[in-house]
Design a protein around this ligand. Structure first.
Ligand code: PLP
Length: 374
């Protein structure tokens, strides 16, 4: 039995010919960069995700870089960031020349613990840095605590950039995640909940001036055209073919999010007394980009699953501030013990909208048996 971790082929079967037809259309009009599908996608994402202006770009990492550039964050500036994420979150900060200040996360939601923000502000000021921004991450699809974070941000006049690579399509207190920060960034990497067939990303903002600045930044800092350059920019556009793929996938996206939530419920109930299951904040709806359990017997579970042909994955094997390239950047004095512990205990199980009940039952039984033998 070959169980996929994420079943993109099942999604392809469901989409039928619609993706191929959308790609063929791009091949026939030949406008491969910033063709009509790109603007159509941006308008659709704006309309469906709460009205903030969407500007697409080359990938989710560039989306973060473009966001920080648009806010003029650079050398001498500090950006507060949770220590538990994919490396791109901190990489973007360093690439614009700013200094990441790492804080800890909540152990059950995997999300930034706002209690560390004030400590980070003090540390950064002590080091002579200008604290400008908090980058939040909606880990595994669940929105961070934006209510608390925005409260602290407005007290200290900080900008908030939300890394919603996992969570586009999620809801926080009735609001789409793309509407909760100064700029929200997303990734369309194939395995993300809203993925294309290559690299892709986007930013969302309420501010039309920022949106226009990002449109300029993604085309070499263009002015009236790309041969007039009014700022230092980069080359980061979403391919027209990828926009066409995403438009086709948007037709089924809401149903896929609903399916992911049903599947997550089954895991939550089936594994509640077996391992530590994800903590869910009331008022939020996750996209369940990953379903991630915690266990001090992680390797036993991995081995038992492997023996049954069940793939698992470790997100993430090390906190950002323990990665060799990032060890010299500041971490708050209290440290990030929970991020450290999560890196040692987290285990993601197969999760996608097409996971059938029999397979899921088998996964739950395998994990339960593995733990009962300890
Ligand atoms: C995937 C991911 C990114 C980067 O997206 P790419 O499209 O791969 O550049 C950023 N942040 C997080 C949390 C991610 O998981």
């Amino acid at each position: 039995m070959n169980i996929p971790f994420i079943d993109l082929q099942a999604q392809q079967r469901r989409l039928g010919d619609t993706v191929q037809e959308a790609i063929d259309k791009v091949l026939s009009h030949g406008s491969f960069i910033l063709g009509p599908e790109v603007e159509k996608l941006e308008n659709r994402l704006t309309a469906e995700f709460g009205g903030f202006k969407c500007v697409s770009c080359g990938n989710g990492t560039d989306a973060l870089i473009l966001a920080l550039m648009a806010l003029d964050i650079g050398p001498g500036d500090a950006v507060i960031v949770p220590a538990f994420s994919f490396i791109a979150t901190s990489e973007a900060i360093v690439l614009v020349g700013a200094t990441p200040v790492f804080i800890d996360v909540d152990e059950t939601t995997f999300n930034i613990d706002p209690a560390g923000i004030t400590e980070a502000i003090q540390l950064a000021q002590h080091e002579g840095l200008n604290v400008r921004c908090i980058v939040t991450v909606d880990m595994f699809g669940q929105p961070a605590d934006y209510e608390t974070i925005q409260g602290i941000a407005s007290t200290h006049e900080l900008m908030v950039v939300a890394d919603a690579a996992h969570s586009v399509g999620a809801i926080f207190n009735g609001r789409p995640v793309t509407t909760l920060a100064d700029i929200t960034t997303v990734s369309f990497f194939p395995s993300k909940p809203l993925g294309c067939y290559g690299d892709g990303g986007a930013t969302f903002t309420r501010d039309p001036v920022i949106a226009e600045k990002i449109q300029s930044l993604r085309v070499h800092g263009k002015g009236k055209d790309k041969y007039e350059n009014v700022r230092i920019g980069m080359n980061s556009r979403l391919d027209t073919i990828q926009a066409a793929v995403l438009l086709a996938k948007m037709e089924i996206f809401p149903e896929e999010i609903a399916a992911r939530n049903r599947i997550a419920d089954v895991y939550q109930k089936g594994l509640a007394n077996v391992v530590a299951t994800p903590g869910i904040r009331s008022g939020s709806q996750s996209t369940w980009a990953q379903y991630t359990i915690r266990s001090s017997h992680r390797q036993t579970i991995i081995d038992a699953c492997a023996a049954e042909g069940i793939p698992t994955a470790i997100y993430y094997p090390a906190p950002l501030n323990e990665q060799p390239a990032y060890r010299n950047y500041p971490t708050i004095p209290h440290g990030t013990p929970r991020a450290h512990k999560l890196a040692a205990t987290s285990l993601s199980l197969p999760m996608h909208p097409y996971l059938d009940m029999n397979t899921q039952t088998k996964i739950i039984e395998t994990v339960t048996e593995a733990v009962s033998c300890i």
